[in-house]
Design a protein around this ligand. Structure first.
Ligand SMILES: Cc1cc2nc3c(=O)[nH]c(=O)nc-3n(C[C@H](O)[C@H](O)[C@H](O)COP(=O)(O)OP(=O)(O)OC[C@H]3O[C@@H](n4cnc5c(N)ncnc54)[C@H](O)[C@@H]3O)c2cc1C
Length: 392
C-alpha cells in the first residue's frame, strides 16, 4: 500500500478514498466472489452494495445525486475493485465511463434530469452499445438504422457484447445508429433507448471464458419507436460522441489492468514467501525474485502512465494519445503479471480457490475490449503523425 500511495498526483483525499474502496472490496466482494464467478451469473445484490457506497455515480454532479469526485478518484475505485475481481470492476466501469459520461456530457438539461438521478442512485445501470455482429473494431460499420418520423424515430438493428445490458437493473442503452447519409457515407447519430420501449429484446450471453459475473448481453431493436427527445447530442455527431466516450473508457480499462496486475502481484509475492521447495522459500530463488521485481517495476510504470493520463483529462488537456498508451500498456502489464503469477504458483494456480486462476482468465479481455491492442497501436501511430489507417 505504501508504494501505491507514493505517486505525487495523489492527495490525502485520494488516499482515504482508496482505503475506503479497498476495505469495501476486501470485506464485501472477496468473501463471495468464488461462488458468484462459479455460477457465472450477474449478481444484483453485490452490484447494489457497490451502489450503496457511491460507486455507480462517482463523477456525477452532486445536484444529480452523484459523488462528484475527480477522474483520478474514479480510476482509483476501478483499480481497487479490479484488484479483487474483474467482473465487478467491469460493471462499475461500463456504467460510469460508458453509461453515465455521454449523458452527462452531451445530454440536454431535461435528459440529465430524467436519467442521472436514477442512474447515480446506486440501483440501476446504463449501457453503451457500439458493437454489432458485423461491426467490432470497425465501429463506423454499424448497420443499426434509424428512420426519422414526424414525432420521433424508428430503430431496427442489433447490438452484441454489451456490458450491463441484460439484467433487470439495467434501464437502457446509448446506441450509435445510421441516421442518414452525407457525401455518400452513412451519417451516424447517438440515441438513448429505454429498455421498456416496445420492440427492444435483450438476452444474457452465457458461456464466457472471463468476466463471468458481469452482465454481457445482446440487444435487438425491431421497429422500436422512440420519441424525438431521445436523440443524444447533435444529429450526425454520433461517431464523435461514441469515440470521445471511448477515450475516457480506455482509462478505466487501463485501471482494470493495473488493479488486476496489482492483485496478481500481491498473490504471487505472498505465495513465494510461503511456499518452500528444496528446503527454501521460493522467494529465495533469484529467478523467482526477479519475476516479482519485474512485476513491481511494470506496475509502477503502468500506474504513473495511467495517473498522468488522468491528470491530463482532469485538467482539460488533450489526452487521446495518453489514454491509448495507458490502456495498451496496463492491459499488457496485466497479461504479463497474471501469466508469471501462475508460473510462480505452479499447479495450485489452476485451482479456482486460489483466485489467480480467475485473474489469469479475466486479463484476456483487456487486450480486446474498447479498442484491441492492434487498433490502439494504430491510434497511437496516428497521434504521432504517421500516415497509417485502420482501413488499409
Ligand atoms: C466481455 C465483453 C464486454 C464488452 N462490452 C462492450 C460494451 O459494453 N459496449 C460495446 O459497444 N462493445 C463491448 N464489447 C465489444 C468490444 O468492444 C469488441 O469486442 C472490440 O471492439 C473488438 O471487436 P471484435 O471483438 O468484433 O473484434 P474484430 O474487430 O473482429 O477484430 C478481430 C481481430 O482483428 C484485428 N483487427 C481488426 N481490424 C484491424 C485493423 N484495421 N488492423 C489490424 N488488426 C485489426 C483485431 O485487433 C482483432 O485482433 C465487449 C466485448 C466483450 C468480450
Amino acid at each position: 500500500m505504501e508504494n501505491i500511495n507514493k505517486n505525487p498526483l495523489l492527495t490525502q483525499q485520494h488516499i482515504e478514498w482508496r482505503n475506503k474502496v479497498r476495505r469495501f472490496a476486501e470485506s464485501t466482494i472477496l468473501p463471495v466472489i468464488l461462488e458468484i464467478d462459479k455460477r457465472a451469473e450477474f449478481n444484483k445484490e453485490l452490484t447494489c452494495k457497490m451502489g450503496e457506497i457511491g460507486l455507480l455515480g462517482i463523477q456525477v454532479e452532486k445536484k444529480y445525486g452523484g459523488l462528484d469526485l475527480d477522474s483520478l478518484s474514479y480510476i482509483i475505485a476501478v483499480e481497487e475493485i479490479a484488484r479483487i475481481d474483474g467482473s465487478q470492476a467491469a460493471t462499475i466501469a461500463a456504467h460510469n465511463s460508458l453509461g453515465l459520461h455521454p449523458i452527462a456530457k452531451y445530454g440536454t438539461e431535461a435528459q440529465k434530469e430524467m436519467y442521472l438521478p436514477k442512474l447515480a442512485k446506486g440501483n440501476h445501470l446504463w449501457a453503451f452499445g457500439l458493437t454489432e455482429p458485423t461491426a467490432g473494431s470497425d465501429a463506423r460499420g454499424v448497420k443499426t438504422f434509424v428512420e426519422e418520423t414526424t414525432d420521433g424515430f424508428i430503430i431496427n438493428g442489433e447490438k452484441i457484447f454489451i456490458t450491463n445490458s441484460a439484467s433487470d437493473m439495467s434501464l437502457g442503452v446509448t446506441i450509435q445508429a445510421i441516421s442518414g447519409s452525407k457525401n455518400g457515407k452513412p451519417s451516424l447519430s447517438a440515441y438513448l433507448v429505454d429498455y421498456d420501449t416496445p420492440g427492444v429484446e435483450r438476452e444474457f450471453i452465457k458461456g464466457k471464458l472471463l468476466w463471468r459475473s458481469a452482465d454481457t448481453g445482446k440487444i435487438k431493436f425491431e421497429n422500436c419507436k422512440l420519441p424525438s427527445d431521445k436523440l443524444l447530442g447533435e444529429k450526425g455527431k454520433g461517431a464523435h460522441i461514441m469515440l470521445e466516450t471511448l477515450d475516457g473508457g480506455r482509462l478505466s480499462i487501463a485501471a482494470m489492468g493495473l488493479g488486476l496486475a496489482q492483485g496478481a502481484y500481491e498473490m504471487a509475492k505472498s505465495y513465494a514467501m510461503k511456499r518452500e521447495q528444496f528446503g527454501k522459500q521460493l522467494a529465495r530463488f533469484q529467478s523467482v525474485a526477479f519475476k516479482i521485481a519485474e512485476m513491481d517495476m511494470r506496475i509502477e510504470t503502468a500506474r504513473n502512465t495511467l495517473y498522468h493520463a488522468c491528470w491530463l483529462k482532469q485538467n482539460l488537456k488533450p489526452y487521446g494519445r495518453e489514454a491509448a498508451i495507458a490502456k495498451l500498456y496496463c492491459s499488457e502489464v496485466a497479461k504479463m503479471v497474471a501469466d508469471e503469477a501462475i508460473q510462480i504458483f505452479g499447479a495450485v494456480g489452476f485451482l479456482a480457490e486460489n483466485h489467480i486462476e480467475r485473474f489469469f482468465r479475466d486479463q484476456r479481455i483487456l487486450q480486446i475490449g474498447e479498442g484491441t491492442s492492434e487498433i490502439l497501436r494504430i491510434v497511437i501511430a496516428k497521434h504521432i503523425g504517421l500516415p497509417v489507417s485502420a482501413a488499409d
